[in-house]
Design a binder for this molecule. Structure first.
Ligand code: GLO
Ligand code: MG
Length: 343
């Protein structure tokens, strides 16, 4: 049994289309996904605004709230909670050049409209967290945006959200690249600097995704630790990633077990989740996966977390201390290998 609450988004069970080929699995309805999420051991659902309210662009503010209430009924029916709502600012033609940092003022306005609606939806779903994955807030052509003005535009957008709703918390999900080449907010350090520049830093924190740290050439456990040290780790997206290439969203721990162990170790040691935080699993099934086994990557990720929690429980802190005192880090390293490899 895990000490954590788990969550995932409807996008984590998908049809398998990639940049080079079409869908290979059947579409599953939102309700069916929620039912299966419950069955496999998740406690919460993560949302994009348009996961909760499909066709959001076609609806007025009141209709959006009403549609969100329909979604809430499904959650209630299966005893699931909503963890956060994230404005999807990368799909619409108006977000081609980014949302908050777009060079077009009309497009920046649209990004704010989606952000305010995301807050309305969160309120209807009974959650107080807005996640900003700043997908296109960066450049492909470095000279196309002023980098200082862009950072200020992100801060300004967050300020407007904080002012729109005095209870809402904003979590910045950092990622160094993809779909843009150079993100304006690539790491947790950047997110927390942005937090401190807002009108209410106490309501701006971070979401660390393992794969995104790896894409930045950083250790995800240390990124988690940095946010924890600042009291700012309000969600995580655990997954895995084989090196610095395209974003893979593999099941947690399947590429780098030691790195995964250290992520769980730092979360367990710091009692992550004691303020209601979730362990989110932002994982994607391989395209080769068949319909009947298309939740396996999520189930495997939960299992990996649980098995690593066991390893943390069995971690010999006094032996660690002994090694530290003797400055015998070779011994300590071998101890970790044995801990992870022994049954
Ligand atoms: C993509 C991101 C994405 C976000 C999601 C929630 O790389 O990880 O999946 O987590 O849109 O904001
Ligand atoms: Mg993510």
């Amino acid at each position: 049994m895990s000490m954590f609450k788990f969550s995932a988004g409807p996008w984590n069970v998908h049809e398998g289309a990639d940049a080079f080929g079409p869908a290979v699995r059947k579409t599953i309805t939102f309700e069916k996904k929620v039912e299966m999420f419950k069955k496999i051991g998740l406690d919460g659902v993560q949302f994009h605004d348009d996961d909760a309210v499909p066709e959001i662009n076609e609806l007025n503010d009141a209709q959006i709230r009403a549609r969100a209430r329909e979604t809430k009924k499904i959650l209630d029916h299966y005893g699931m909670a909503a963890e956060f709502v994230a404005p999807r600012l990368w799909m619409d033609p108006r977000t081609i050049d980014g949302g908050y940092t777009s060079n077009n003022p009309k497009d920046r306005e649209y990004a704010m409209w989606r952000s305010y609606r995301s807050i309305d939806i969160a309120n209807e779903l009974g959650c107080d967290k807005i996640v900003l994955w700043l997908a296109r807030e960066g450049t492909m052509c470095a000279e196309s945006k002023d980098p200082i003005q862009s950072v200020n535009r992100i801060i300004e957008a967050i300020n407007k959200m904080l002012e729109y709703d005095k209870n809402i918390k904003v979590l910045v999900e950092t990622k160094p690249n993809e779909p843009v080449d150079r993100s304006f907010c690539p790491t947790i350090g950047h997110a927390l600097a942005i937090s401190s520049a807002t009108v209410d830093p106490s309501r701006v924190g971070a979401l660390l995704e393992s794969a995104h740290a790896i894409l930045a050439g950083l250790d995800p456990a240390n990124e988690i630790a940095f946010a924890l040290a600042m009291g700012k780790l309000w969600s995580v997206h655990l997954n895995d990633q084989n090196g610095m290439k395209y974003d893979q969203d593999k099941a947690f721990g399947v590429e780098n077990l030691r790195q995964a162990f250290n992520q769980i170790k730092v979360l367990v040691e710091n009692n992550y989740g004691s303020n209601g935080e979730y362990v989110g699993l932002d994982v994607k099934a391989m395209r080769t996966q068949k319909d009947e086994a298309c939740y396996r990557h999520i189930e495997n990720s939960i299992k990996m977390v649980e098995m690593l929690e066991e390893k943390v429980k069995n971690f010999d802190y006094s032996y660690q201390q002994q090694c530290i005192e003797a400055r015998d880090y070779e011994a300590l390293e071998m101890y970790i290998m044995e801990l992870l490899m022994k049954g």
